[in-house]
Design a protein around this ligand. Structure first.
Ligand code: COA
Length: 331
């Protein structure tokens, strides 16, 4: 607990999440593609995922999650100084999803922007917010991870469509001198591996810049390679952030990882030599919601009373880019 003496940490003071109403079960997918509940469950751990309908676009889910986080933080939208949304599936390209959220909640004093770092969007967002808050602890920042991946998967491709879901999670953060808050983070990218997990943009309107043989703006993935890299990268990030901050895994009370796949999480726990029970897992309910998965899990764990004050929480994520990272927090 020596870290407790450090001042001006970025602390999460409110969390919120929102999920589309419609739930798609593995048995529903059996009627859509050549798959089975047994295959999906044994390969991914996923049983159901939420699928957005009209009125549940990324900015709308983000807004709903943000309102809940603001309510818990007990501040008004006008108290926000900055809004960051991690997303790769905003319903429009310009303006940012963050600007739509700003408008929807009335955060008239904030500046707002999106970041594209796939499943690491929320972690990268927290990391950026922390740098601002370190120099100005009075700031209030809204960090959101939100996705509508169901709009961007190929529903004929059984290799990908069974794995993803929609949703949004949010956190309101501010400065604290109590010793609680973010201890440190380590973020990484390796763009050389981008063709292992990627998604085209919409076809170009400029013929000179059009991608030849554009085959749709769907998520494409080399599943086995992604699996291998994910386990290695996640364990590296976890080990590095602990080394950097002078802690070890025994000091960590709960790991809230990106929820991609139960087999990745089991392999991660094995590699780190920690019991699976130390990981908060909800992938079976929501599938892989990319940038939304960590803030949804955090909010769920928070509201269930699973994050007692003073406990050490470790967040870690891996996704397209590749991007990966880990953050350590004193709750
Ligand atoms: N239902 C039934 N069969 C399926 C299927 C589905 N939904 N999807 C793929 N298959 C088939 C494949 O076509 C293949 O058949 P074949 O041997 O006749 O060609 C077979 O199952 C095995 O495919 P393979 O890709 O080797 O399976 P796997 O054991 O590697 O599992 C993943 C596939 C995608 C579940 C696994 O690789 C994985 O979890 N990767 C990481 C994915 C991920 O989390 N990505 C996001 C990271 S942020």
């Amino acid at each position: 607990m020596g870290d407790i003496l450090k001042m001006n940490r970025m602390m999460i003071i409110g969390t919120g999440s929102a999920l589309p109403e419609r739930v798609l079960a593995n048995s529903d997918l059996e009627k859509m593609v050549d798959t089975s509940d047994e295959w999906i469950t044994s390969r991914s751990g996923i049983k159901t995922r939420h699928i957005a309908a009209k009125g549940e676009e990324t900015s709308k889910l983000s807004t709903a999650a943000a309102m809940k986080a603001l309510e818990m933080a007990n501040i008004g939208a006008e108290d926000l100084d900055m809004i960051i949304v991690g997303t790769i599936t905003s319903e429009i390209s310009m303006p940012s999803c963050a600007c739509l959220v700003q408008k929807n909640i009335g955060a008239v004093n904030a500046f707002a922007f999106d970041i594209n770092s796939a499943c690491c969007g929320f972690l990268y967002g927290l990391d950026i917010a922390e740098k601002y808050i370190k120099t100005n602890p009075d700031m209030h920042v809204l960090v959101i991870g939100a996705e509508n991946l169901s709009a961007r998967v190929n529903w004929q491709d059984r290799n990908t469509c069974v794995l993803f879901g929609d949703g949004a999670g949010a956190a309101v953060v501010s400065g604290s001198s109590s010793g609680r808050g973010m201890i440190g983070g380590r973020m990484y990218s390796d763009g050389r591996l981008h063709k292992l997990l990627w998604m085209n943009s919409a076809p170009s309107m400029n013929p000179a810049l059009a991608i030849p043989d554009h085959d749709g703006s769907y998520i494409k993935m080399a599943g086995r390679d992604v699996f291998k890299y994910a386990v290695r990268a996640l364990s590296q990030a976890v080990t590095d952030v602990l080394d950097q901050e002078g802690f070890d895994l025994a000091d960590v009370n709960i790991v809230v990882p990106h929820q991609a796949n139960i087999r990745i999480l089991k392999s991660l726990a094995d590699r780190l030599d920690i019991p699976l029970e130390k990981l908060y897992i909800n992938v079976y309910k929501y599938g892989n919601t990319s940038a939304a998965s960590i803030p949804i899990a955090l909010d769920e764990a928070n509201r269930a009373g699973l994050l007692p004050e003073g406990e050490m929480i470790l967040l870690c994520a891996f996704g397209g880019g590749f991007t990966w990272g880990a953050s350590l927090l004193r709750w």
